[in-house]
Design a protein around this ligand. Structure first.
Ligand code: NAD
Length: 339
């Protein structure tokens, strides 16, 4: 356990259990140099407790990097609640989790993540104020999409010589909460959309409302386009798919798009500009962090512009150093986190 913490440079690891509600929870606080740790709460089944702890630690580390490059006075953390095979009272379980968060005196602030909902956050909020994305706080996805849109402009400027998106071909994989909102903004900017989703209804909607061209899910990555925007699941760029890409740049919302770090180097060698996922998709984190601090929507919108500025800075370093933007982003984040 301590070796894992040391390898990830994790500050704190907290565990609790509550037999009355079935709660078994882990909170990993990665780095609080820039501020209290903020990160979502997962509610998933795990094959064993070690996997749940590993997941919390790995994700907390990612949140530190994301918050640092988003220019937030916030550290990185993550919570994992191991979903029991059966739960009598889900509300009581999340309330117990709220009491657990409260014991940390604000060093960790939670949010919605895989398997949790705004209603779960409302239960947590009954026992602690260190919670975001409650029903009142609202869905961060539109803000994530706004940030990705701004990031696509910065990417077009760096790779295609201008940030006017009119007439560009953008292929979007995944038309969910973020992907569809992004498609709407791109359509309004005059982009030609190529789209895929496992849910045919989402594709049909984009065809009817946005004039998008449907592409089969297994063909999207190899479709010729200017920019590929992965907005579905992670690990889409791997040893098998990276050679198939026929785009000038990759800039999308999905978390953990690279199956491994060396994929970034392959993209670089192929001349495909890669927008580091945790930089371009930080709009949702910016939204929840600033909402939690009581900032106005106008202040949040202004802060979102930091995403394109940061990407432009990363691209400039990348070009000067002949290193992948992913490696440049990691180095910049580490400088902010560790000095
Ligand atoms: P979502 O579940 O609403 O949408 C994902 C969509 O992708 C679904 O419609 C799904 O059918 C589709 N999909 C999955 N695999 C696919 C495939 N192989 N081909 C085509 N379509 C596929 O999720 P979301 O909230 O829109 O998030 C999308 C991605 O962005 C995720 O990776 C998420 O982790 C990341 N992200 C989201 C936010 C946010 O604010 N929601 C913030 C940061 C990062």
């Amino acid at each position: 356990m301590f070796a894992m913490m040391e390898a990830a440079r994790l500050e704190e690891l907290h565990l609790t259990q509550d037999p009355a509600t079935g709660l078994k929870a882990i909170i990993a606080i990665h780095n609080t140099r820039l501020g209290p740790a903020l990160g979502g709460c997962r509610y998933l089944a795990y094959p064993d407790e070690q996997s749940a702890i590993r997941d919390a630690v790995r994700l907390a580390q990612g949140m530190s990097y994301k918050a640092a490059l988003a220019g937030l006075a916030q550290g990185g953390g993550k919570a994992v609640i191991i979903r029991p095979a059966h739960v009598d009272n889900r509300g009581a379980l999340f309330e117990a989790f709220g009491r657990f968060i409260e014991t940390l005196n604000g060093r960790y602030i939670t949010a919605v993540d895989s398997g949790t909902s705004t209603a779960d956050m409302d239960c947590i909020a009954q026992h602690t104020r260190h919670v975001t994305s409650t029903t009142e706080g609202g869905d961060p996805s539109p803000h994530t999409a706004m940030g990705v849109f701004a990031g696509i402009r910065a990417t077009a400027q760096a790779r295609l010589g201008g940030d006017d998106l009119h007439g560009l071909r953008v292929a979007i994989q995944g038309l969910g909460h973020v992907g569809y909102a992004l498609a709407e903004q791109l359509h309004a900017a005059g982009v030609e959309l190529l789209v895929s989703d496992l849910d045919r209804g989402r594709v049909q909607l984009a065809v009817e409302q946005l004039g998008a061209h449907p592409v089969a899910s297994d063909a999207l990555l190899a479709t010729p386009c200017d920019i590929l925007a992965p907005c579905g699941l992670g690990s889409v760029l791997n040893g098998e798919t990276v050679g198939q890409l026929r785009c000038s740049a990759v800039a999308g919302a999905a978390n953990n798009q690279l199956a491994s770090a060396d994929i970034a180097d392959i993209l670089q060698a192929r001349g495909i500009l890669y927008a580091p996922d945790y930089v371009i998709n930080s709009g949702g984190l910016i939204y929840v962090a600033l909402r939690h601090r009581g900032e106005s929507l106008a202040a949040i919108t202004t802060h979102l512009q930091q995403i394109s500025r940061r990407l432009t800075e990363i691209y400039a370093h990348s070009q000067a150093d002949k290193r992948s933007p992913a490696r440049v982003a990691d180095a910049l984040a580490e400088r902010l986190l560790y000095g």
